[in-house]
Structures are given as C-alpha cells and as structure tokens.
Design a binder for this molecule. Structure first.
Ligand SMILES: Nc1nc2c(c(=O)[nH]1)N[C@H]1C(S)=C(S)[C@@H](COP(=O)(O)OP(=O)(O)OC[C@H]3O[C@@H](n4cnc5c(=O)[nH]c(N)nc54)[C@H](O)[C@@H]3O)O[C@H]1N2
Ligand SMILES: Nc1nc2c(c(=O)[nH]1)N[C@H]1C(S)=C(S)[C@@H](COP(=O)(O)OP(=O)(O)OC[C@H]3O[C@@H](n4cnc5c(=O)[nH]c(N)nc54)[C@H](O)[C@@H]3O)O[C@H]1N2
Ligand code: SF4
Ligand SMILES: [Mo]
Length: 596
C-alpha cells in the first residue's frame, strides 16, 4: 500500500492510501487519526470527474511539453508575476518561488483566505499556534463562530457533537440547528459583538483576574477601550437583543470553552481586528493555556519550519494584483478569473497581458483566457509533503504511479531554469527531506515542530513568557466610503440594500468541481417569489440569478454560494487593513426583480 494525503484546500488534510494495482481506488489512511475511515466526495471528483487539461497548448495549438516550456521560458524574459492559488496544498507548490527568485519574477503576498484573521491573532498572541483537536475534544462548551463545520470541516464533528454548542452565524446552518443557542448576528459585526461581550464580562466582574494579572495585565485599559463604543449603537449594529447576549454570557461562565472561529468572520477590511477582539474575549475568560480551552482558527501550517522556498523578492497584494503592470502572468494552481474579488477588473486585466500562462490541472475560467497552457500532474503522480491548517500531523505524499500527462511543479521549475541558463535548484529528494527532517516523530506519525499540547501555557510570544496584547485602536469607515455613497445615490437608499455573504458549500471546493446552481438565497420577507429571475447589483458589478426563498437567513442578508459562476463580479477590489487579505464580505447589494 502506498501512503499519501488529500491535496485539497480543506481543514481536514485527510490521510489516503492506495493499492498500486488499483491506483485510482482511494481509501482513508491512518497517518492522521482524524481521517477516521472516511474520505469525502471532493477527492473522488478531483480524481474521477473534473475535466483535466491533458495537452500543452500555445496560442490555440497543441504542442509538445518541451515546446510549451520553450514558450514559457521565452515569456519569462519579459516582466512577469507568479499568481498561485490553492488547488494543491502540498509544500512543493511553493518550489516555483525559487523560479521567481532566479528568473526575475514577482510574487504575490497575502491571501484570499484567512490572512486578516491570522495577523489579528499574531498581534495579540505573538504567534498563531494551532489548538490541538485533543483540547477541543476536552472542552465543555463550543462556540462555533463563522465556521460552517458540517460543510467545511466535517471530520471535526465527532469531537464536538456531544458538547454544549453555541453558534454565531447570520445563517441557521445545519450546526446552528443543533445548537443550544444560535445568535443570528448581522454580517460584518463580530468585532462589535466581541467588544460588547468583553465589556459586559468586566462589568459583571466575571473576568479571570488571577490569569489576567499574570498573562494579560492590561485588561483594565482594554475595558476603557471597549467603553468608547456605545452599547445601544452596537446592539443595533449587530442585530441582536440584550437577552440573547445575556444567554451567551451565562453559558460561557466557569466552563471549559473553545471558540471554533472560521474564515467567515474575517473576510472584511476590519477582519484582523475581529480576530483580535475574539481573542481578547477569550483572554478575559482566561481561556488560553488551559486544558480543554482556547481559540481555534486556521493555523499557519508552516509555523516552526525553516522554509526552503522562502525568498525575499518584490511582491504585490494578492487581492488586488495589478496584472496589467506585467507583460507575463503565470497562474499556478488557481483560478483568479473567478476566485479573486472584482471579476470585471480581473478579467479585463488578464485579457490585457501579453502572455497569460495557465499551469493547472483542470480547465477553468482562467485557462479559457490563457494563451499558454501547461498541464500539471495530479497528487497521485508526484511526491510531496502535506502540512495542515486544521491539525498538526505532517504527511509524506508518495507518488502512486507515473503518468505521461503533465509536469510536476518541481520539474517545471528545473526545466525553465535550464532553458534560461540559470543555476539549477537542489534535487527533489533534498527538498522533501528538508521538510520531513524537521518534523517530530511519534508512534509512526510525523508532527509539526510547532506542536504544543496546550498552547500558550507559558504565556505568549514566539518563545512564551510574554503577555497578551489587547487592541488599542480601531477604525471602520465602511459605511462612509465614497463609492458606497455614490452607489446609493445612483440606485437607491440604504433601506433596500442587503449584506452579501458567499460561504462555502458542500458541492464545490472553492471554484472547482460541480458548480452550485446560479441562485441567490433570500428571506421570504423580501416578498420575492421563489424561482423569480433577479439582477443582483453591487458597486462593482451585477449578476443575473434565480431567487431561492430561504428562511434560514436574516432578512437583511442574501447568500450566493462560493463557486457560483460570476459571484465575484459583486465583490470589492480591496485588501484588508492588515494581512493583505481579500474582503469578500465587504459588499452590499440591491436586488431587482426581472421576471417573477
Ligand atoms: N465543502 C467545502 N469545504 C471547504 C471549502 C469549500 O469550498 N467547500 N473551502 C475550504 C477553504 S479554502 C476554506 S478557507 C475553508 C473555510 O471554511 P469556513 O471557515 O467554514 O468559512 P466560510 O464557509 O467562508 O464561512 C463559514 C460561515 O461563516 C458565516 N459567515 C459569513 N459572514 C459572516 C460574518 O460576518 N459573521 C459571522 N459570524 N459569520 C459569517 C457563513 O454563513 C458560514 O456559515 O473551508 C475549506 N473547506
Ligand atoms: N466570493 C468568494 N470568493 C472566494 C472565496 C469565498 O468564500 N467567496 N473564498 C476564497 C478562498 S478561501 C480561497 S482559498 C480561494 C481559492 O481560489 P483558487 O485557488 O484560485 O481557486 P480554485 O477553484 O480552488 O482553483 C484551484 C485550481 O488549482 C488547479 N490545481 C489542482 N491541483 C493542482 C496541482 O497539483 N498543480 C497545479 N499546478 N494546479 C492544480 C486546478 O486546475 C484548479 O482549477 O477562493 C477565494 N474566493
Ligand atoms: S474532507 Fe477535505 S481533506 Fe478529507 S478527503 Fe475531503 S477534501 Fe480531502
Ligand atoms: Mo481558503
């Protein structure tokens, strides 16, 4: 049997085994205990259903791989930028950083995913350490905050099902229906909710003074900061009642509490402050460094590793990559023409570049625009190492079979460097070993060097011993931006606009596989009939969709699934205040009924 791991962008990073005689029959492995005997349908679709690009193409003509690589080498003599998506989460994807370094390329910085939250955590705690699943399992109360666990993180369910569940989400998700308390908060208001909760905890004298004196002694100054926000204004802004807040506070007291925070709370300009305020709340309750307590977010999977692919070269912010500044754009493992915010801007820019190279596994909206297409190898056809943002196991991804289709990222890098007469990089084994030798080995498993059984038990900062740092200043001018005011002037007032949320769904993995139906989900209170044709408009673009009445959502919010074709025409071309992160949640929309 050959061991590998699921390469898809997912909290669970499942362990996979393959019988080389039946190489496409994938079975759950045991290199991480969380895989627990089951793989999901995404992996099946990845290998069996998604239409693969198999032939290299240059300017619409089928060519050999060698000819296509010649064309790439030629194109990289112009100014160029590498834009990498998250189609495959193996570490070897980043080997192309070395190509950028040696061949004069530019990289992107930041993420489309979790970067605002990550920086908010780092500012408060000094380092974003993963809360081990074992600690989540030991908790008594779980607050699921903007994380759709049953859909995006299903392998965690057995660890939390028996706990007292609180869910904070604008949607009554499947897990919200199981919860003891569901706070159906307004989108983009979690920062304010966390501030209010912090203030009430101190007003009621229920903060953990003993722990705070030792590890977060500036909590009284933080209390003063929370007092600069008006309670009444916040309650209105978050769309919750005082009694709901009271219920939540009661459930959090003197219990082992874990906050399971997802990417959903931080897809905003202010996303870093949101995570920092949630962390501050956890600190007031003394939830760090203790068994069965903590805040779990998407961790930095490379923490503690010396990264052989780290380079120090020019970068552009990923969410607003200015493609047209470059003659050549190399897209690897991603689909910016759909996944980036503000699709109208992105496609216009991608169309304007001289050479758009797509290096990927499937046909997608970006490959449709590209003039050079390089087929990639899939994860069964190459060696790699899988880290995880959801657990601390490290997995070697062993090649299962050779294939004539495509080229690996490692070979791509070497072949282009050769064509450009640049110094070759080290061997593939060198890099794989470089990662693996840094892991900690226990009971036939490999663990990240950053693993700590109970993170922050010695305090904060990279080495411990430091205090938690509370947020001291904050600004939020969303309602005041010029573009939003102009939009309101053009097409109506504040009262008929809705928050747009675009969360993940069970059918698709980001913009891959079966695309969700072209629907916008909205409350029956809007009076729009099921199946009506509607035009959804934001400052940045518009999209025709079918209305689907959905009473599990707030009436001031509409939902379009991530993966719906064109959804990002509606999202803004901005980067978060900190963390260089895309702000998919910073969009308000109007709905025009075209045909009911
Ligand atoms: N099936 C499936 N699984 C996936 C993916 C997928 O596409 N499909 N994608 C993977 C990737 S790349 C990632 S980053 C993770 C992300 O997984 P999650 O962290 O679960 O993120 P989202 O699905 O974006 O949002 C989670 C929840 O946040 C809610 N939400 C939206 N806006 C707000 C808000 O302002 N406040 C609050 N409190 N809640 C809000 C949504 O309704 C949703 O229920 O999932 C991974 N797993
Ligand atoms: N509106 C809205 N937009 C979003 C989000 C949202 O919640 N709402 N979520 C954002 C998030 S969290 C993320 S992570 C991004 C994801 O954004 P992207 O990574 O750009 O999107 P994917 O659709 O996952 O594209 C992955 C591509 O990788 C390619 N691929 C797969 N395996 C390999 C391989 O081994 N090698 C190579 N070279 N290519 C491979 C496939 O061809 C596939 O098309 O989307 C973001 N966009
Ligand atoms: S749950 Fe996630 S890691 Fe596991 S097989 Fe499915 S996509 Fe892959
Ligand atoms: Mo993501």
């Amino acid at each position: 049997m050959i061991h590998t791991a699921c390469p898809l962008d997912c909290f669970d990073s499942c362990s996979v085994v393959c019988d080389p005689n039946y190489p496409n029959r994938l079975v759950a492995g045991s290199n991480t205990p969380y895989t627990n005997g089951t793989l999901c349908a995404h992996l099946y679709k990845h290998i069996h259903e998604a239409k693969r690009v198999s032939t290299p193409m240059v300017n619409g003509k089928e060519v050999t791989m060698s000819e296509a690589l010649d064309a790439v080498a030629e194109a990289l003599q112009d100014s160029w930028i590498l834009w990498r998506g998250s189609g495959n989460m193996g570490v070897m994807q980043s080997v192309t950083n070395l190509l950028a370094k040696r061949a004069g390329g530019v990289l992107t910085r930041g993420t489309l995913c979790d970067g605002a939250g990550d920086i908010g955590i780092v500012e408060g705690r000094g380092v974003n350490r993963l809360l081990p699943v074992e600690q989540i399992a030991k908790s008594e109360v779980i607050v699921v905050w903007g994380r759709n666990v049953t859909v995006t993180n299903a392998h965690l369910m057995p660890y939390i099902e028996d706990k007292e569940l609180i869910v904070i989400d604008p949607v009554k998700t499947k897990i919200a229906k199981k919860a003891k308390l569901h706070l159906q908060v307004k989108p983009r208001s979690d920062f304010y909710l966390a501030i209010l909760l912090a203030r009430f905890i101190i007003m009621e004298n229920s903060e953990d003074k003993e722990w705070l004196e030792k590890f977060a002694s500036e909590y009284e100054e933080y209390y003063e900061f929370t007092r600069t926000f008006r309670i009444k204004a916040i309650l209105e802004h978050i769309g919750l009642s005082l009694s709901e807040i009271g219920d939540l506070l009661l459930m959090l007291q003197n219990k082992k509490v874990v906050f399971l925070v997802g990417a959903g709370v931080q897809r905003h300009e202010i996303g870093s402050s949101t995570l920092r305020a949630i962390d501050a709340l956890a600190a007031l309750l003394g939830l760090f460094g203790k068994e069965g307590c903590g805040v779990s977010y998407l961790s930095n999977s490379r923490l503690g590793f010396d990264d052989p692919f780290k380079v120090n070269i020019k970068t552009e912010q990923i969410a607003i990559t200015p493609f047209s500044k470059y003659k050549t754009v190399l897209v690897q493992g991603g689909n910016p023409a759909e996944s980036m915010p503000c699709t109208n801007r992105v496609t216009e820019e991608l169309k304007s570049v001289k050479n758009l190279i797509y290096f990927g596994l499937y046909e997608n909206d970006t490959s449709d625009l590209a003039n050079i297409i390089i087929p990639a190898k899939n994860f069964l056809e190459k060696d790699d190492v899988r880290l995880s943002y959801g657990h601390h196991y490290v997995q070697k991804m062993n090649k299962v079979y050779d294939s004539k289709i495509g080229i690996s990222e490692y070979d791509f890098t070497q072949e282009i460097l050769k064509r450009l007469n640049k110094e070759p990089i080290e061997s593939l084994d060198y890099y794989i070993d470089y990662w693996l030798k840094q892991t900690v080995k226990t009971e036939n498993k490999m663990i990240s060097p950053a693993y700590q059984e109970i993170p922050y038990s010695d305090g904060f900062g990279e080495k411990g011993g430091e205090e938690f740092e509370f947020i001291e200043d904050f600004y939020d001018d969303f309602e005041d931006i010029k573009a939003l005011r102009r939009f309101r002037k053009q097409i109506g007032t504040k009262n008929d606009e809705f928050w747009l949320i675009t969360p993940k769904n069970s059918k698709t993995l980001n913009f891959q596989f079966e695309r969700p139906k072209n629907e916008v989900l909205l409350s029956s209170k809007l009076g729009i009939k099921d199946a009506a044709k509607v035009l959804v408009k934001s400052i940045w673009g518009e999209l025709e969709l079918t209305a689907k009445v959905f009473d599990d959502i707030r009436e001031d919010t509409v939902l379009i699934n991530c993966g719906v074709k064109g959804v990002n025409r509606l999202t803004p071309p901005i980067s978060s205040q900190e963390g260089d992160m895309a702000c998919y949640g910073d969009s308000k929309v109007k709905i025009e009924v075209l045909e009911s």
